[in-house]
Design a binder for this molecule. Structure first.
Ligand code: NJP
Length: 238
């Protein structure tokens, strides 16, 4: 199984895990379509991929906005190349006790992590159904399966994203479409207004570790689907 010449749509591809996935897949010969809200960061990523010889296109898009996702899917359909892979990676998080969590912040996290994943699948799965093949990978979290104090909003969103993925897998499997979920623990990125490279995070997963897992899952033979892949830094106590 080779990834050469395939087409992948990757959300949250301007930085962190999504950017590493885009770079890894582009190096393997995949045409990577990059999505994020900030056009400038996206263009930086796309330029770097092109300098390395990769094939890429970038679309500034809020995955929580239904009209924008629908327009993007229509443009994709006109491209005449099949959509082989959809990597739903974009996500946000913020951590505080329930009684200090504002309702608008709750809505924003749910809009990106849950509704955004849903909308991308809602509009791109029909393209895969026409092709009778495709592979969706949702980047969830180890806290899709465990909870901690201060994590109500984020855990609820990641549990919901996981349940959604599990249902979708059952719905599309008969049509030859695979759904995989990757659950990373701590990853050294810009997540929650952090910055990569802090000394105290030096033993965390690197975005490239998650990108390697994505490539591994995509390289499974056609008759194999990796349903779930949980990964942690060895240093993380969970
Ligand atoms: O985060 P970060 P990560 N529409 O902040 C984009 C999960 N995870 O790489 O839109 C479209 O470096 C944003 O770009 P912009 C986590 O839940 C992480 O760590 O311009 N794009 C940027 O490209 C998430 O699902 C850890 O702001 C939107 C990207 O998303 C995934 O890993 C642990 C968007 C975020 O890059 C990637 O997060 C874990 C929108 N509405 C799970 N909103 C961890 N880092 O420790 C944001 O268990 N983006």
């Amino acid at each position: 199984m080779s990834l050469q010449g395939k087409l992948a749509v990757i959300s949250g591809a301007s930085r962190g895990i999504g950017r590493a996935i885009a770079e890894e897949l582009a190096m393997a010969g995949v045409h990577v379509i990059l999505l994020a809200r900030s056009g400038k960061d996206l263009e930086d990523t796309a330029s770097q991929i092109r300098r390395n010889g990769g094939k890429t296109s970038a679309f500034a898009l809020d995955i929580g906005d239904e009209a924008s996702v629908a327009t993007f899917a229509a443009e994709l359909e006109n491209m005449s190349q099949p959509v082989d892979f959809l990597i739903n990676n974009a996500g946000i998080g913020s951590f505080q006790p329930v009684i200090e969590t504002g309702g608008s912040l709750w809505d924003e996290v749910m809009k990106v992590n849950v509704k955004g994943t849903f909308l991308m699948c809602r509009y791109l799965v029909p393209l895969m159904q026409k092709q009778k093949k495709g592979h969706i990978i949702n980047i969830a979290s180890d806290v899709s399966k465990r909870t901690f104090a201060g994590g109500a909003m984020y855990c609820a969103s990641k549990y919901a994203q996981d349940a959604f993925s599990s249902v979708l897998r059952k719905e599309v499997r008969p049509e030859g479409i695979k759904v995989s979920v990757i659950y990373p623990g701590l990853v050294d990125t810009y997540f929650n207004e952090s910055k990569p490279g802090k000394v105290e995070n030096k033993d965390w997963l690197r975005p490239q570790d998650v990108a390697g897992a994505v490539k591994y899952v995509l390289l499974a033979p056609p008759h194999v689907v990796v349903d779930e892949l949980m990964m942690h830094p060895l240093s993380q106590d969970y």
